[in-house]
Design a binder for this molecule. Structure first.
Ligand code: GDP
Ligand code: GDP
Length: 438
């Protein structure tokens, strides 16, 4: 099921981040920061009436330059119109209707997407001041009064958002199909790769349930199995603003990663790992997805002995949180090593689906504990009694311990490495959950 995207837009200081943080609540701090990835606080998952959606603060995508507010507002509105299922336009009661509000409103009136006007800083929601009626002048119809700082009116607003979601349809659940997201920056070669690997076998599946976006998935069945390649490029709209294309591509990448079983993270060989690549890879890691790092345009690199090893080393350094992911050097243009890709997709997917019997797991655990003692603090030592696998995709293990707070990141890392030595889990993150006992 694809999660709908809700974008908040509005001028600086109307309260977008306050609004966003209120809805994000504690959820943000639960997600552990991935070392090496600067965490953007621009998206978060929210659940309302049993439906999950992704909330995006378009104001966080790029800071405003003082003299360019109008331009930034237009950019935000364009991104929201392009990528969101529901747009929340936040205005400020204290400022009233401003010229840039009017301009954005006129852009929003042209879109077919649902737009919800929310008037923020109505701290006295029971008796809003008469000035509030001024916002009818924006020509966007009814508005909802909220106070983000006090969390007032949020339920009504969420209900309105919820009402406007595209109809929820179950995505056809065919367990044999591996859903693959090919993600990367614009021009890295995603479409070229897709064309090359799907060749004549492609069947275009255009209706992605639960979204109003024009996503086009490609389904392939061949001797290697059944695959659905999730659309990430999207229909290439002609944006007037070049940078906006990059921004859409990031948002599209997130949603594709969320829906996928396997992520193919594409790096441009000539450019190396860019900041955007790190963000996308970090997102895939946090979402627990199996991943393959594909370095494309390898045909353009001058090679000597050791070039490949050196390059791999650089990638490992930059994407240090993802050392489990295999790296493949390809050329979507010449076809170099592309035949390996299906095998790798199959392989990492099966690795992410492995279940290890409890007895064997505990043998490995006991041996690991015997070799390196668990950490201690102020005379108390961590005891790990027992391990069991609770789920797959990603493989998740429950560790029964005496005191959870004695666990140390480095010891968890050590246990992870021991499990990997014994069982592989190549291409997939693995997770631990601690349960305190006795
Ligand atoms: P952004 O630039 O749109 O992200 O705005 P911020 O979230 O940073 O908020 C700008 C200012 O407005 C901050 O000083 C907030 O504390 C304040 N603010 C946000 N929401 C409310 C509200 O509901 N009521 C009041 N009185 N102030 C608010
Ligand atoms: P996308 O935006 O990620 O879908 O990228 P495209 O598939 O549209 O490719 C962008 C450009 O890079 C096109 O001009 C392609 O011909 C070129 N390109 C893609 N893959 C390769 C490759 O492996 N080698 C070379 N030399 N060019 C490539």
């Amino acid at each position: 099921m694809a999660k709908p995207i809700v974008a908040i837009i509005g001028r600086p200081n109307v309260g977008k981040s306050t609004f966003f943080n209120y809805l994000a609540g504690k959820r943000i701090s639960i997600v552990e920061d991935t070392p090496g990835v600067t965490r953007d606080r621009i998206y978060t998952e929210v659940e309302w009436r049993g439906r999950k959606f992704t909330l995006i603060d378009t104001g966080g995508i790029e800071p405003y330059a003082q003299d360019k507010i109008m331009l930034e507002m237009r950019n935000q509105a364009e991104i929201a119109i392009e990528t969101a299922d529901v747009i929340v336009f936040l205005v400020d009661l204290k400022d009233g209707v401003t010229p840039s509000d009017k301009e954005v409103a006129s852009m929003l009136r042209k879109t077919k997407k649902p737009v919800i006007l929310a008037v923020n800083k109505v701290d006295n929601i029971g008796e809003p001041p008469a000035e509030i009626y001024e916002f009818y002048n924006l020509g966007l119809g009814e508005f909802i009064a909220v106070s983000s700082i006090h969390g007032l009116g949020m339920g009504d607003l969420l209900d309105e958002i919820h009402k406007n979601f595209p109809e929820e349809k179950e995505e056809e659940a065919d367990d044999d199909v591996i859903k693959v997201a090919i993600v990367g920056k614009p021009n890295v070669g995603k479409s070229s790769l897709l064309n090359k690997i799907t060749g004549e076998n492609r069947v275009i599946v255009s209706d992605v349930p639960g979204t109003t976006r024009d996503a086009i998935d490609v389904h392939v069945e061949n001797e290697k199995g059944k695959f659905t390649f999730i659309d990430t490029a999207g229909i290439r709209r002609k944006s007037k603003i070049r940078e906006n294309i990059e921004k859409y591509s990031v948002i599209r990448s997130w949603t594709a990663v969320e829906r996928s079983d396997v992520c193919v993270i594409m790096i441009d060989a000539q450019e190396g790992v860019a900041e955007q690549d790190t963000k996308i890879a970090g997102f895939a890691h946090e979402q627990g997805k199996a991943s393959i790092i594909v370095v494309n345009k390898w045909d353009l690199i001058e090679k000597e002995t050791g070039t490949l090893e050196e390059y791999t080393e650089k990638i490992r350094n930059k994407l240090s949180f993802m050392t489990y992911a295999p790296v493949l050097f390809i050329s979507a243009k010449t076809g170099l090593r592309i035949n390996k890709l299906y095998d790798l997709i199959e392989y990492v997917h099966s690795q992410a689906s492995v279940r290890i019997a409890t007895g064997v797991l505990n043998d490995v655990l006991n041996e690991a504990i015997a070799m390196v003692q668990p950490p201690s603090d102020k005379g108390r030592r961590l005891k790990v009694y027992y391990i069991t696998q609770s789920s797959v995709k990603p493989p998740t293990f429950i560790l029964f311990v005496n005191r959870a707070e004695l666990m140390h990141y480095s010891y968890e890392r050590y246990l992870e490495n021991q499990l990997r030595k014994s069982f592989g889990f190549e291409g997939t993150p693995i997770r631990f959950k601690l349960k305190q006992k006795g």
